[in-house]
Design a protein around this ligand. Structure first.
Ligand code: DGT
Ligand code: MG
Length: 488
């Protein structure tokens, strides 16, 4: 069943990377501009497109078409990510249902907003373009009115994105995601297009090739080709049984639905990413060069992780070895492991990454690596300030110490809960002795297990000091030493 009850808007930022650069440097607005990554132009502004410059064109070819082309390097994605986040936040002020699709595309479900607005003012006017027949027969469910209201809201949001962030966008307005996405690219740049459900079939047929249907990936399109289905029309006319021979039932049904523009999937609110990672194409043949590349990636990655605010728990590396049979490609291999490393300890991250690297690459042979990547894939939420030991102790008016010791201010000591329970079997009474040199009042306020840890630290320390009475060993970073330093 095709459901018309929703109003979905798909937003796509025009020539995204190029616009970000033009916002940073407005002089670039009046010149043909290409964004360069390695040897290709990954996107260009619309002025450059008039010369025939296309996405992922080689620099040499682009320069031939447009000798005045101004190139800006776009390998550092930081500013693009920042802008992408700002757009996302702005969209969230209109609806809680905003789904990010890549860096410059978002779906917004504005059904509720449309309902509210229609209650306030019955009449809705078309803003922008319509795909197909403007006077197509009205559907009894009232979707036309809702979509018209959606077109007003789309314009309002696009105006806001432009006023606040200086970016022009395209929008597609329809009753589901796939149709909103497809119809949004009908009129570009800086335009918006509505689709009424009656014209969905015509829109889908206008794509011609099944490869142009969003969410039908290359792999599925290749399989379809094997059974002689290359056009949308052929997919319409084939029966489910035929598809069932090469796809499972659900996939077959899904392909068929997509070809008719039927898509009942909800706009899923995008949360924080499951992984944060970076990778670079390179040619590395020596250990030192690999380390340097990891350092470079880590520096950029840590900026993103700090902004994200969560604590990474798993590190993953990606390596593509040079393969003479696929000089431009080949399989990527990954290895990962759990970590418990403070974000400040870069050396430890690199050491861990190198250990993983040697699990993919034979340490005793020569190697050639063409892609190196580093990512964090599992995260723990940062402990809330309220529950950290720091905050707890700060309440005991020792604030200055924490503020002056950066190494302690961000790190919550790890409590070995299991170990404590064992250690403390015979000492399960609530009275744990306060070690000498620690403020008794502070100690008394601490939770039992923390008291136990401090006591264990103290006894361990004592044994160590007894053994090396004259030694000037630096004191390890234990809770006990920490509290002692605080007292003196
Ligand atoms: P548009 O939407 O046609 O006005 O132009 P863009 O540039 O916004 O293109 P879009 O939406 O397909 O992609 C968004 C950005 O993603 C684009 O500015 C550059 C980057 N990008 C697109 N395609 C590729 C690609 O094949 N490789 C790389 N590295 N980046 C790409
Ligand atoms: Mg775009």
């Amino acid at each position: 069943m095709d459901d018309h009850s929703r109003v979905i808007i798909h937003f796509d930022i025009d020539c995204f990377y190029a616009q970000v650069e033009m916002v940073k440097n407005p002089k670039l607005r009046s010149v043909p501009l290409g964004i360069q990554q390695k040897t290709v132009v990954v996107t260009s502004n619309y002025l450059a497109r008039e010369y025939g410059i296309k996405k992922c064109m080689r620099i040499s070819e682009a320069k031939e078409l447009c000798p005045n082309l101004v190139l800006v390097k776009g390998e550092d994605l930081y500013d693009y990510r920042q802008t992408s986040n700002k757009v996302f936040e702005l969209l969230q002020s209109y609806s809680p249902f905003v789904e990010k699709l890549g860096m410059d595309e978002n779906f917004v479900d504005v059904t509720e907003l449309v309902k509210e607005r229609l209650q306030q003012a019955q009449k809705a006017d078309l803003v922008g373009f319509v795909f197909g027949d403007v006077n197509s027969t009205e559907c009894v469910c009232g979707c036309q009115e809702r979509l018209l209201k959606g077109s007003e809201i789309a314009q309002e949001i696009r105006d806001k994105v432009y006023t606040n962030l200086g970016l022009t966008t395209c929008a597609g307005i329809a009753h589901n995601k796939i149709l909103a996405k497809i119809v949004g690219s009908e009129n570009k740049p800086n335009k918006q297009t509505v689709l009424f459900p009656n014209d969905a079939l015509e829109l889908m047929l206008s794509l011609r090739s099944v490869r142009r249907i969003p969410w039908i990936g290359n792999a599925a399109a290749d399989v379809l080709e094997r059974i002689s289905i290359t056009t949308v029309e052929e997919l319409h006319n084939c029966d489910l049984e035929q598809l069932g021979r090469v796809f499972d039932r659900d996939k077959a049904k899904n392909l068929k639905d997509l070809s008719f523009g039927i898509d009942n999937t909800p706009v899923k609110t995008t949360g924080k990413p499951l992984s944060i990672g970076l990778e670079d194409a390179c040619k590395l043949t020596e250990e030192k060069a690999v380390q340097t590349k990891f350092h470079e990636l880590l520096k950029r990655l840590l900026i993103l992780v700090k902004e994200d605010g969560r604590i990474p728990k798993v590190i993953r590396i990606t390596v593509r070895k040079f393969n003479p049979l696929h000089p431009m490609g080949g399989l990527r291999e990954t290895r990962q492991c759990h970590i418990n490393i403070p974000l400040t300890n870069e050396e430890k991250f690199i050491q861990t990454a190198m250990n993983l690297f040697w699990k993919i690459i034979n340490r005793n042979g020569s190697f050639k690596v063409t892609v190196l990547g580093l990512s964090f894939t599992k995260f723990a939420d940062k402990p809330s300030e309220k529950n950290t030991l720091n905050t707890f102790l700060m309440k005991t008016s020792q604030k200055e110490y924490f503020e002056s010791d950066a190494s302690c201010s961000n790190q919550e000591p790890v409590l070995k809960r299991g170990k404590f329970l064992q250690d403390n079997v015979e000492n399960s009474e609530n009275a744990i002795e306060c070690p000498p040199g620690v403020d008794k009042t502070v100690f008394k306020e601490l939770p039992l297990e923390v008291q136990q840890e401090i006591w264990s630290d103290y006894t361990r320390n004592k044994q160590l000091m007894d053994k090396n009475s004259k030694s000037k060993l630096s004191k390890p970073n234990t809770l006990f030493n920490f509290l002692q330093r605080q007292k003196h």
